[in-house]
Design a binder for this molecule. Structure first.
Ligand SMILES: NC(=O)c1ccc[n+]([C@@H]2O[C@H](COP(=O)([O-])OP(=O)(O)OC[C@H]3O[C@@H](n4cnc5c(N)ncnc54)[C@H](O)[C@@H]3O)[C@@H](O)[C@H]2O)c1
Length: 362
């Protein structure tokens, strides 16, 4: 993910509105090969295997951290202690306790802190947000949101840190993908009241580097079946994150149905927004969206939008909000939102353990 950031910052010239002028000056990675990749970025003057060297540099104002989850808390706290702003990677610590500790430190440090979640920056996702905010959908009937992969479908795929509780966290796939799917529902103020979760550990062993089978103890798939308070009504909200969803590469989606209208968007069909209005006939309309971004770019509006574009838009939002120039645009996930995602993970773990509905007090 560090390479993705380097690439987004290198494309900063594509933004017609430039909130700040970020320069990538320093990188840290314990892997020689990972560090060597950054030789292609001429502005990088510090390449180190010890991230403390970055934190000691006066040249550095803000730090992006993308490391395995078991390292989040320590490194995020060190970044804040060094007086730097932080774009953290999700899930913002291994678990709720760590997330709350990081959020507390963010508050007391006074630094600007946000958490990475780029999918809401797709034009289609933004249109869903606008439709919800406008009230044109009438009373919301139900909401579905999710993020599906098939990255773990192959049982012979070697294990890595994301498939082990000790490094990924007990919440497994929820730690990996949960904030992506929860970001908009949380931002819309839909307040989860109670949850019944279905968690599945489908592939329980995987080969290690020596082809020996070792435990793969994280859940692969998770579904939160939630009653949420939406505009004063108890409303069904279903959120799904899956590493084993046959046929899906990186499918992020959100669907909102209402009494007056409906709207749905999926990155599986990235140009397309589906909308429905209550009329005499039951008509879903398919709209070709093009490159309609929050921060205008040189790319013409007829062209397609993709993952690196969403990443660039997220970074523009981070720097705009950091300098007080976000306006009414959609911003990156806040520390409180990341904490709430962890509260939902813990509730799901409890629900799955007890095989029951868990009441939430968020
Ligand atoms: N926003 C997204 O779409 C997205 C996508 C994938 C991963 N992520 C998140 O990004 C983070 C990293 O995931 P990834 O897929 O890039 O993992 P990765 O395993 O590909 O990369 C992690 C990097 O951290 C380095 N590292 C490990 N310990 C270190 C240390 N002490 N100091 C410096 N570097 C160290 C590793 O050498 C490696 O290069 C996770 O929090 C993950 O959830 C986000």
């Amino acid at each position: 993910m560090g390479k993705e950031v380097a690439s987004a910052l290198a494309r900063w010239c594509a933004l017609e509105i430039q909130p700040g002028q970020p320069v990538l000056t320093a990188i840290a990675d314990v892997s020689d090969a990972a560090r060597a990749w950054f030789d292609r970025i001429p502005s990088v003057s510090i390449k180190t295997d010890d991230y403390h060297a970055i934190l000691a540099s006066k040249e550095v104002d803000a730090v992006y951290v993308a490391v395995p989850h078991d390292l989040h808390e320590q490194i995020y706290l060190d970044v804040l202690k060094a007086g730097k702003d932080l774009l953290a990677e999700k899930p913002f610590g291994m678990n709720l306790k760590q997330a709350m500790n990081i959020a507390l430190s963010a508050r007391t440090s006074g630094r600007f802190v946000r958490c990475s979640s780029e999918f809401p920056f797709y034009p289609g996702a933004q249109r869903v947000v606008q439709a919800v905010k406008s009230g044109e959908l009438g009373r919301i009937i139900d909401v579905r949101s999710g993020f599906w992969h098939s990255s773990d479908l192959d049982p012979n795929k070697p294990i890595n840190w994301k498939r082990q509780k000790a490094r990924c966290g007990e919440a497994g796939v929820m730690n990996d993908l949960g904030l992506h799917a929860w970001h908009i529902p949380i931002r819309m103020g839909w307040k989860p009241l109670r949850v019944h979760a279905q968690l599945q550990n489908i592939v329980t062993e995987r080969p290690d580097a020596n082809r020996r089978l070792v435990p793969c103890d994280t859940d692969d798939n998770a579904i939160w079946n939630v009653d949420a308070m939406v505009d004063g009504h108890d409303t069904p909200l279903r959120v799904e994150v899956k590493r084993i969803a046959p046929g899906e590469m990186n499918t992020w989606f959100i669907e909102v149905t209402g009494t007056e209208g409906c709207v749905k968007y999926s990155t599986k069909d990235p140009k397309t927004l589906w909308t429905f209005r209550r009329e005499k006939e039951q008509i879903w309309q398919r709209i070709d969206l093009g490159h309609a971004t929050q921060f205008p770019v040189i790319t013409g509006p007829i062209f397609e939008f993709g993952f690196p574009d969403a990443f660039l838009q997220m970074w523009a939002a981070f720097l705009a909000e950091r300098s007080g120039a976000l306006g009414d645009r959609f911003g990156c996930a806040t520390p409180d939102e990341a904490v709430m995602a962890h509260q939902l993970n813990e509730a799901a773990l409890e629900s799955s353990r007890k095989r029951s509905v868990v009441e939430l007090n968020l």
